[in-house]
Ligand binder design. Structure first.
Ligand code: AMP
Ligand code: MG
Length: 489
């Protein structure tokens, strides 16, 4: 096991050393053996008593040097100058089998100097959700933090009610956020800001090290990474739910699966989070919010971008203004690929027409694309989505045009090859909200892990139409209540 503690070489104001607070009666909930192998983790940690003691915070591993990271963040547009890891501890960085440095972090391991009024703990339900959804996102191909372990603490946490507690061990390329830069920028310590930027370039964007203007290149690279990430979310109907600047990583990975959820029937205005009254983080707003967040990153970086502020603002604005086109390009690629079309402006019109039908007819986002893939094999009969559409004539015309374009764009591929290609872009199933809720209820209220384990296994292959996956592919019963998520802190 190759361990480093590079984050603690940054100036002292970036973090606080802090030990985990032991819990009463830890018990394993889940352990991710595949990820453990990827990380080259010692066998002693893999679902053993020693591992349980370490991943519940009851024993400090000799290889760990736990610390809480400092960061700020715009939460729903309001700046909180001092957030930081209020309930998370970075144990160590591990060099994985691909020679990549990854953070190992406990989430819910007790109070830290950044806990403010919080208890530093997590309820079990959100631990279960983050474990499953982050692993599903990874299997869907989306850059994401991963879940290595989940434990029951054997202690209650008090929210609006008494709930069982849990701790998640998560793994990420790093936990450096836009908010980390905002925090250091606010200290007005330019050498420290430069140290952070250099650290990030070295860790995440080493190709930029020798550029003439490495910090501007860093801003551009983060814009690219986030454009790509958010277009990927959009293509799967994923709503993050709390895109505060402290929850958006510099690496371009998805983190913080609090109130996230996937769209069932397609409505671009969908909001799930119970506290998002204005719909700031609605599905359709995610790209614009990403650009807003990137502007906060640019502001933080200003002292490094040019010798004087007006010039720094000018160059930063130029980079930020590239974001809409960058995002559009990523979106085009993702959505055209979902329909096996060449990404271009004419095909985007076809995509948009389909999305308009889907919104009008409240079609299920995931099932519609999958059924379109399958409609290829029924030759020209567009079964599937058509059955659910009230006025099928415009849809059938659309389907005809799509088939023509499909064949024009893919002259040498037969329909079954195209179906397979589309299957690789359109998941057979996603972590549906009603299923996640059912699993959480079983784990939390009935102490029953059977469905959790079945789902954790299935979600490793979300593109495969196997019998064991089929039970998770169904849309929720029609007419159910609108799904609401809670931050779960
Ligand atoms: P989130 O929106 O979950 O990313 O959390 C926002 C901020 O609140 C972060 O600084 C968290 O560390 C902190 N926080 C959330 N829940 C708790 C808790 N139970 N105890 C202490 N701090 C918390
Ligand atoms: Mg957070």
């Amino acid at each position: 096991m190759q361990i480093e503690h590079s984050y603690s070489t940054l100036p002292a104001e970036f973090y606080s050393l802090c030990a985990a607070t032991p819990v009463a009666a830890p018990r394993w909930l889940a352990f991710n053996h595949e990820l453990a192998a990827e990380l080259g983790l010692d066998a002693a940690l893999c679902e053993t008593d020693q591992g349980l003691a370490i991943f519940s915070g009851n024993q400090q591993a000799p290889w760990s040097k736990p610390l809480a990271q400092a960061y700020s963040g715009h939460q729903f547009g309001q700046l909180s100058p001092r957030l930081g890891d209020g309930r998370a501890l970075l144990l160590a960085e591990i060099i994985d089998q691909q020679n990549q440095k990854r953070d190992i972090q406990l989430k819910g391991a007790g109070p830290t100097p950044y806990s403010r009024r919080g208890d530093g703990r997590s309820a079990l339900g959100p631990v279960v959700r983050e474990y499953l959804v982050s692993e599903a996102m990874h299997a869907l191909g989306v850059p994401s933090s991963r879940a290595l372990a989940a434990v029951y603490t054997g202690e209650p946490v008090y929210r609006d009610q008494r709930l069982p507690g849990g701790i998640l061990t998560r793994v990420a390329a790093s936990h450096i956020r836009i908010g980390t830069f905002q925090y250091v920028a606010m200290l007005q310590d330019v050498p420290a800001l430069k140290q952070l930027a250099d650290y990030v370039i070295h860790r995440h964007y080493p190709q930029l090290q020798h550029q003439a203007e490495p910090y501007l290149a860093l801003l551009r690279a983060v814009c690219q990474a986030q454009a790509k990430l958010v277009a990927h979310w959009m293509s799967l109907g994923f709503v993050h739910g709390v895109m505060n600047t402290d929850n958006m990583t510099i690496s371009g990975e998805t983190i913080d699966y609090g109130p996230c959820a996937f769209i069932d029937s397609y409505d671009p205005h969908t909001v799930f989070s119970s506290i998002d009254h204005q719909g700031r983080y609605a599905y359709k707003n995610q790209p614009a919010i990403t650009q807003w967040n990137l502007a906060r990153l640019a502001e933080a970086l200003l002292p490094l971008l040019a010798p004087d502020e007006p010039s720094a603002i000018a160059v930063a604005t130029e980079v930020l203004n590239e974001f809409p086109a960058l995002y559009q390009q990523q979106w085009q690629q993702r959505f055209c690929a979902k329909l096996a079309l060449t990404p271009n402006a004419a095909n985007v019109v076809l995509v948009q027409e389909l999305l308009d039908f889907m919104a009008q007819e409240q079609l299920d986002f995931t099932l519609t694309f999958r059924q379109l893939s399958d409609s290829l094999i029924g030759a020209l009969s567009p079964e599937g989505p058509a059955a659910a559409i009230s006025n099928t004539a415009p849809y059938l015309q659309w389907h005809q045009r799509w088939l023509q374009q499909l064949q024009q764009d893919n002259p040498n591929r037969d329909l079954s090859a195209l179906q397979a290609q589309m299957h690789s872009q359109n998941p057979f199933f996603i972590p549906r909200n009603h299923q996640i809720e059912q699993i959480i209820t079983q784990v939390v209220q009935q102490d029953d892990l059977s469905l959790f384990q079945q789902f954790a296994k299935a979600l490793k292959s979300p593109f495969s139409a196997t019998a064991s996956n089929a039970i998770f592919a169904k849309a929720p019963p029609a007419g159910g209540p609108h799904y609401r998520t809670f931050c779960g802190t």
